[in-house]
Design a protein around this ligand. Sequence first.
Ligand code: HSE
Length: 446
Amino acid sequence: MADERKETVGVGLIGLGVIGTGVVKVLSRNADVIEQRLGFGLRLVRVADLDIETDRGVDLDGIHFDRDASALIADPSVDIVIELIGGYDVAKGFILEAVAKGKHVVTANKALLALYGKEIFALAAEANVDVAFEAAVGGGIPILRSLREGLAANHISSVHGILNGTTNYVLTEMERTEEDFEVVLKRAQELGYAEVDPTFDVDGIDAAHKLALLTAMAFGAELTYKEIPTEGIRGLAPIDFEMAREFGYRIKLLGIAKCRRDRGGNERIEVRVHPTMIPAGSMLASVDAAMNAIEVRGDAVGPTLYYGAGAGEMPTASAVVADLMEIAREIRRGGAGPVAPLSYMPDHLIAKPLVPLGELRGRSYLRFTAADRPGVLAHLAGALGDQGVGIESVVQPRGVEPGACVPVIVLTHPADEEALRRALEEVDRLADVMAPTLVIRIEEDL
Ligand code: HSE
């Protein structure tokens, strides 16, 4: 471990991919400002990666570079280990190996923490080391530090986030070009905005990973991402964006977490990821392309908004190096022990009851795919009415061939999710209905 006599704090980096390369760049290009802010330097002493051949365009002179991550972790000159290989088992193994050796850890691995965070943080607390992960949510946006420090005095009531750059890019492009999802996704893949396997992004899983961490930090609610009801963006079509515009909304994939407190102070947590219509004039609605933004409301501070690049080499590296600096400061102060990584002390970080999705109440946008026959509208309206779901507006776009399948758009009045679900089960059984109904929930209060 570093002590007062060391001129610098030693850093070891496991994983020299895009973000790892960014970390090397930030540490060398910004060494001046890092030292001016810390009063001492951060020294990258070792890098480990399975690929030691590819030229990443960074100068590794004087830095020990090989394939041996375990040797890096064991190296006494390494005070802080950065894990940037991603994935589950191997990354978890390295993190726990580092913790067991009394090394602090910085990681961007939201998937790992959203599933195994509890175990990792408990072992880190026992070993009296930090596991920092600012880069795991919102890339370069300092949202975790804001929740843990800047907003620490507040009861947080809600978090609404555009947490995935890939899907925000696809949604923005679908709206702009009026092209189908598959066409836009293919272009996003060609341009490097989407992975070859886009599942984690387009199905909302990456956003759920990040929301699990935000929910813990905002409300002290322990949960894994698997408990979060999650819907992705594959079902959206150009007409949904056109209709959203007509109704005064934009469509965003939102991670939403709210804390419901009853009069007795009991808390239940509402948490979900799904495409959402939000008022076109809201600040989140103006967040386009691959950018991320998170709105957090606290009882003392009111609404606050955090915006920036949620991914990418240098923005993500910016967050990783900020974590290194915070830990290095602690090391220099004599290592008073880890800060509460999830913003609450461990005994106040508990599994709080989740609000079942069926209990939600709100307005929804429905797109039915129906045969264009007399009486169809009456059947749809009847199925909704039978469950007490009121219709606020109905649109059947013109210009569709007579007799063909038509989209029928309905905006509902506020309704219980459970009643809506029962109504849609009935609708989807109707002979006139040709495909499952698309539902986009409307979030007005932004
Ligand atoms: N695939 C993620 C995104 C990268 O699109 O936001 C950062 O987590």
